[in-house]
Structures are given as C-alpha cells and as structure tokens.
Design a protein. Structure first.
Length: 147
C-alpha cells in the first residue's frame, strides 16, 4: 500500500507505525486470526474492580466528553428486517394512488401517515430533494412508490 507523507504523519501522530497499519489493513482484507483464549477473565486477572470514587470519576469523564447525540446503525441486518414490509410494498406498489386507504398493508399505510415523525425524516427529505424532487409534493400526490 502506498502512503503519502501526510498519511505517514497522521499514522505516527496516532502512535502507530506504517508496518502496523499495513498489518491492520491486511487483517481487514483477509480476516483476523483466531484468538487463543487460555482462561476466563476474572477480577484481578483482566478485570478491574472499581470503587465508588473511581466509578464517579469515570461517569464525570464520560459526561464531560460524550457527544451531544449518538447515532446507532445496526450492522446485523436489523434495519432490513425492520422495514421488510416496505421492500415488499415497493415490489407490488402502483406508481400513484388515489387515496392512502388503497394501501392494504396497515404497516405501510401507517409508515407513510407518520413518515415525518421518524428520526431519519430530515435526512430522507434532504436526499430526495438532492434528486430534484419535493417529498411533500410526493406525499400530496400520493406517490408513495417514488418515496
């Protein structure tokens, strides 16, 4: 792998070496070696037991540095399963509806009725608008498949 001088400087600023980073990249490409576990971790042997003062200090440290918001992205396929009904709807949906009640799947109908309440709504709206389309107009036109 070819690193620029800027890359190497950034690697060294993180306390790593070029060889170490190349090994990490190789592991991501080829898979990580199995860990040979010798015994379970126990208090005093791999696990620290904190007293109340230490616990409070770590809580304060977390509160001082935590981000204002967190974003959880499930990597297990949970999101795909959570919105499976939408994938199914898309496969059979008409291009346009006359009334939302024409959608027979209650989950799909509720999804579109409450779309603006979802945490991802602003991002969805921005994405659709970047394609030159207005989501509010699509909703008024009952063009759910386009959304």
């Amino acid at each position: 792998m070819i690193f620029t001088d800027k890359d190497i400087q950034q690697i060294e600023d993180k306390g790593l070496s070029k060889d170490k980073v190349e090994k990490q990249i190789k592991n991501f490409k080829n898979g990580f070696p199995y860990l040979n576990i010798l015994k379970p971790a126990t208090i005093g042997d791999g696990i620290l037991l904190l007293n109340n003062h230490e616990i409070q200090a770590y809580i304060k440290l977390y509160e001082d540095v935590k981000p204002k918001s967190l974003k959880f992205v499930p990597a297990s396929g949970a999101a795909s399963r959570m919105f499976k009904f939408l994938f199914e709807f898309y496969e059979t949906a008409k291009d346009q509806y006359n009334r939302i009640e024409e959608i027979t799947d209650e989950n799909v109908r509720k999804f579109f009725e409450e779309l603006d309440h979802y945490a991802f709504y602003k991002e969805l709206k921005t994405t659709i608008e970047s394609a030159g389309v207005d989501i509010d107009q699509l909703l008024k036109q009952l063009n759910y498949k386009e959304i």
